[in-house]
Design a protein around this ligand. Structure first.
Ligand SMILES: Cc1ncc(COP(=O)(O)O)c(C=O)c1O
Length: 398
């Protein structure tokens, strides 16, 4: 299918719908994107209605819209509505999925070297408490995830492959569809951290073949902070132990027994932030209306331009490795701390962030990086903004 590129006019329109683009150059989309105005208004209006009409009454009024958020998320990742749980962030989603697995002593979990801190601590905790074995698949010399090494690492004890599609502190990606094929062939569970990819890259859980997928709202989906979701394939839901159970996730069978509900909302609790749920739905709808394949094409174009521009500055070393790269651009500057660069750019109204070793410890240690500057682009950024950032950086170094 042909991907229709954005026109200049459309970009201007999308920027006009995003208050924050007037104020600053925002290259911290991998931290938290600027939300579209309509997302912010949705949340504020809902909170105002709660204040005036009452929380339960407002929920009743918006019950269909709230429920529709699940359908929108399902559309985003080609899942079914009953395979989605809405939670506060990607870590909660990941923790609920991972800790729901019935690990036994000696079970093996295969991971990549790009795992996020939440996941790495989760693996270590399961090693301490259940005696699991962790097998890390190192990237090859070109920085690519090795499918051959992954397949070789699988043994009869392999219970799970848990990998991160796009890491927190590097611009590379791993081949999630090919990983899924191998996981399916060997009948092992597949947990995918898609925190940085949802809203940036098209995701189709059927094509990926994952059993569980964890996402946050505030990054490339441009949803409010404090939102996220968990996808659990229908056939796997009963295999995961629910960690939190309340009267929403379970029903009484009798005074002595209860039954867990039969959809993915078993991973939620009754009380949640309805305003943010609606805001998340609005952000997903906004992205779907634009088209994720179009977003992905533009993000790759802008990130490639940024890497080319940065490469022209002598003191800059770009760290993104691997064949396929995304909207996250990471670099360091000779003899200048990444935080100093970030602060100096902030003085010029340019937002970038600092990726610290603790976030992606195995990869950062292996590459002797204590921190990197992370400039992450989204489709609403412009080529001019990239040029302004690179000129500002060059000026700082002169
Ligand atoms: C790759 C990756 N996974 C997971 C997370 C955790 O997301 P959250 O802060 O929403 O729990 C992050 C956050 O930066 C991330 O970059």
């Amino acid at each position: 299918m042909e991907i229709i590129p954005f026109t200049e006019r459309e970009i201007q329109q999308l920027r006009a719908e995003t208050k924050g683009t007037d104020e600053r150059i925002h290259f911290n989309n991998a931290g938290a994107s600027l939300p579209p105005d309509v997302v912010v208004e949705t949340v504020i209006n809902y909170l105002n209605e709660e204040a005036v009409y009452g929380g339960y009454e407002t929920e009743y009024k918006y019950r269909e819209e709230l429920d529709n958020t699940y359908a929108l998320i399902a559309r985003l990742i080609s899942a079914k509505k009953d395979e989605i749980a809405i939670v506060e962030n990607a870590s909660t989603a990941w923790i609920l999925a991972f800790n729901g697995i019935d690990f036994k002593n000696g079970d093996e979990v295969i991971i990549s070297e790009m795992e996020y801190v939440t996941n790495l601590i989760g693996f270590l905790n399961a090693k301490k408490t259940h005696g699991i074995e962790i097998k890390v698949i190192p990237n090859d010399e070109s920085g690519n995830f090795s499918l051959a090494a992954f397949e070789k690492a699988i043994s009869p004890k392999t219970k799970l492959i848990a990998v991160t599609h796009i890491p927190s502190t590097a611009g590379g990606m791993i081949p999630i569809i090919e990983i899924g094929k191998i996981a399916r062939n060997h009948n092992i569970l597949y947990l995918l951290d898609a925190c940085q990819s949802a809203g940036q890259v098209p995701l189709d859980v059927k094509e990926i073949g994952c059993d569980m997928l964890a996402v946050t709202g505030r990054k490339y989906l441009r949803a409010p902070r404090g939102t996220g979701f968990l996808y659990v394939r229908k056939e796997v839901q009963n295999k995961l132990k629910p960690i939190f159970i309340d009267g929403f996730t379970a029903q009484w069978v009798s005074e002595d027994d209860f039954k867990i509900r039969d959809d993915a909302r078993r991973f939620e609790l009754y009380e949640k932030n309805r305003a943010l749920t609606l805001g998340l739905g609005k952000a997903v709808e906004y992205a779907l209306n634009i088209g994720i394949d179009r977003i992905w094409q533009r993000v790759q174009h802008l990130a490639a331009l940024m890497r080319r521009q940065l490469a022209e500055i002598n003191e800059v070393a770009i760290h993104d490795i691997g064949e396929q790269k995304c909207g996250i651009v990471t670099f360091s500057v000779t003899d200048i701390d990444s935080t100093v660069i970030k602060n100096k750019l902030a003085e010029k109204q340019i937002n970038v962030s600092v990726g610290k070793a603790i976030s992606t410890l195995i990869y950062m240690n292996k590459n002797h990086l204590s921190s990197v500057v992370r400039a992450s682009v989204h489709y609403y950024n412009t080529e001019e903004e990239i040029i302004v950032m690179c000129s500002a950086l060059a000026a700082i170094l002169n």
